[in-house]
Design a protein around this ligand. Structure first.
Ligand code: COA
Length: 164
C-alpha cells in the first residue's frame, strides 16, 4: 500500500538531524512531502526561497521525496489539501515529546483523520537544533559535523560574508 506522509518543520536550516530522520523515512514510505513552514514567529535567518533551495540540495538523492513545499497556514490544512493523513515528527528528548503530544492532540481535533508517526534521531544528533547550529557559527565555531556541506557554506556566507 502506498502511504503518503508529510514531514513538516521550519528547516532554518536543514541539519544532519533532520536528514537522519529523512534517511529513515525514505526507507519506509514511498511518497514523502517535506513542508517548510514560513514561521515568521521564529524570525528565520534564511528566506523561504533559501530554505527550499538548501532542503532540495540536501535531499535530492532521495527518490521517494516527491515534493518540497512551503506553507504559511495550519499544518492540518496543508495535509488535507495534499491528501495526506500521516505526519512525520522527530522526537529528540522528553521535552520534545510533551510538545509533540500537545501539537498532535490539537491537530487531531481539527483533522480527525490525522495520525502521527514519530522517529528518534540517532543519539549523535539528539542534542542539536537549527538555532544551536546558527549560534555556533555566529560566534566562530565549527558546525561541519552537524549540517550538510551546502548548509555549512550558506551559514558561513550569512554570518561571516565568506563567499561560496
Ligand atoms: N534533529 C535535530 N534537530 C531537530 C530535529 C532532528 N531530528 N527535529 C527537529 N529539530 C530541531 C529543529 O531544527 C528546530 O530547531 P529550532 O527550534 O532551533 O529552530 C527544533 O528542533 C524544533 O523543530 P520542530 O519541532 O520541527 O519545530 P519547527 O519549529 O521547526 O516546526 C511546525 C514546527 C512547523 C511543524 C509547527 O509549528 C506547525 O505545524 N506550524 C504550522 C502552524 C500550525 O499548524 N500550528 C498549530 C499546530 S498546534
Amino acid at each position: 500500500m502506498k502511504i503518503k506522509v508529510i514531514y513538516p518543520g521550519t528547516f532554518d536550516p536543514i541539519t544532519l538531524g533532520h536528514l537522519d530522520i529523512i534517511n529513515k523515512i525514505t526507507k519506509i514510505f514511498d511518497f514523502i512531502v517535506i513542508a517548510i513552514f514560513e514561521n515568521t514567529k521564529k524570525k528565520p535567518l534564511f528566506s523561504i526561497k533559501e530554505r527550499i533551495k538548501l532542503t532540495k540540495i540536501a535531499t535530492k538523492k532521495f527518490k521517494t521525496i516527491k515534493k518540497v513545499i512551503t506553507f504559511n497556514r495550519l499544518l492540518v490544512q496543508i495535509a488535507e489539501s495534499e491528501n495526506i493523513n500521516y505526519i512525520i515528527r522527530g522526537i529528540r528528548t522528553s521535552l520534545d515529546f510533551e510538545y509533540e503530544l500537545n501539537m498532535f492532540n490539537i491537530n487531531k481535533k481539527m483533522y480527525p483523520k490525522l495520525e502521527n508517526i514519530s522517529f528518534f534521531p540517532s543519539p549523535k544528533y539528539s542534542y542539536i537544533s537549527s538555532s544551536l547550529v546558527k549560534e555556533i557559527v555566529r560566534y566562530g565555531g565549527n558546525v561541519k559535523s552537524y549540517v550538510p556541506k551546502s548548509v555549512h557554506l550558506a551559514l558561513l556566507k550569512k554570518y561571516r560574508n565568506i563567499p561560496i
